[in-house]
Design a protein around this ligand. Structure first.
Ligand SMILES: C[S@@+](CC[C@H](N)C(=O)[O-])C[C@H]1O[C@@H](n2cnc3c(N)ncnc32)[C@H](O)[C@@H]1O
Length: 342
């Protein structure tokens, strides 16, 4: 029987850490095979699970044993496997599913990029352009459509989960319109329009992304008559007039792109507009391991960074925004509530 362990001595802990890739690969394999989906509420023999996911029983047992050490699945005394709170999150139908996040964070490009981290630390530049000859999102959309699809699904999952929290946090009474810049498939917009039944919303994101916007926002959807969908590049132009602009998890790229995006938001909104920037922070957060890992991945793919409170404040004030309030949205996201000065 395999059980999750706690606090091994430092040499063993370091040995474990250098095998971090094995843990990530095991999670990816389980997610791709659909093991968590095949395992129901009752424990299952590995032979039955193997038949359900079309795998060989012996290597599947090895995979599950490895994951059980981290508390993902558990092996029982009789050799059957059962779910844990963490393994359930790999199910596609779990209300808090992280299946697509697990796939996204372990996509093929990440395995090309991680070995070049020392190079990125040396130069301060992304490694994707040298690897693939183009910017990350261009590469994703032009050359890795399956990865782009996983990205969209991962963003859908995480933005659905955080959209409700954002809507619960923000008091937009008194405003009549909201625009989500780089808003993905539009879940934040949808949640805000649900909360404010007379509000109008705009979703701006790259063309390929808004093509797959939440069906509720598209023609025939119940929110369509209150929503405008704008395909575009927020670094080039933001042709959207609104009382409130949401900018969530996009100011993580290079400083020039951040500065241009903020400049465009300020120009579009004009004096008095409210700009709510929502980001993960690499300080003042209970989820430091997660946030700092994402910070390194951003360095690799877009030469970007997660912000500290201080660096976020600097970017916003340098752009000319006035910060009215900084509040946590949930344990890993903070909202910077700003206005464009009159
Ligand atoms: C990390 S996701 C965040 C999505 C959404 N704001 C959320 O929090 O759920 C980053 C988003 O920025 C979009 N994006 C990237 N480059 C962009 C650009 N130049 N113009 C507009 N959107 C862009 C991506 O397509 C993606 O939807």
């Amino acid at each position: 029987m395999t059980t999750a362990q706690t606090a091994p001595p430092p040499p063993m802990r370091l040995r474990e850490l250098v095998f971090g890739a094995a843990c990530a690969a095991a999670l990816r394999a389980a997610a791709r095979l659909g093991v968590a989906d095949a395992l129901g509420e009752s424990p299952m023999a590995v032979e039955d699970l193997a038949a359900a996911v079309k795998a060989e029983p012996k290597p599947l047992r090895r995979l599950l044993r490895a994951l059980s050490c981290y508390g993902v699945f558990t092996e029982r005394r009789d050799g059957t496997f059962a779910h844990t709170d963490m393994s359930r999150l790999l199910r596609e139908d779990d209300p808090h599913s992280l299946r697509y996040i697990a796939l996204w964070c372990t996509e093929a490009w990440t395995w090309d990029a991680w070995p070049l981290l020392d190079e990125a630390v040396r130069t301060g530049r992304n490694v994707v352009e040298d690897l693939y000859g183009k910017e990350f999102f261009t590469y994703l959309n032009e050359d890795a459509p399956e990865s782009a699809e996983v990205f969209n699904l991962a963003m859908t999952t995480s933005s659905r989960q955080s959209a409700r929290e954002v809507a619960a946090l923000l008091d937009l009474s008194g405003s009549t319109s909201v625009a989500d810049i780089g808003g993905g498939q539009g879940h934040v917009v949808a949640s805000l329009l649900d909360k404010y039944p007379s509000m109008h919303g705009t979703l701006l994101d790259l063309p390929r992304v808004v093509e797959n916007a939440d069906p509720r926002l598209r023609e025939g959807g119940d929110l369509a008559d209150r929503v405008r969908i704008v395909p575009g590049d927020c670094r080039a132009e933001i042709p959207v007039q609104a009382d409130v602009y949401i900018v969530k998890n996009i100011l993580e790229w290079d400083d020039e792109s951040t500065a241009r995006t903020l400049r465009n938001v300020i120009e579009a909104g004009g004096p008095g507009a409210r700009v709510v920037v929502i980001e993960n922070l690499v300080d003042d957060t209970p989820s430091m391991r997660f946030s700092t890992a994402m910070d390194l991945l951003l360095l690799l793919n877009v030469g970007g960074a997660k912000h500290t409170t201080e660096s976020m404040i600097a970017r916003l004030t340098d752009a000319g925004l006035v910060i009215e309030d900084i509040r946590p949205v949930n344990p890993y996201l903070h909202a910077f509530d700003c206005t464009v000065p009159k």
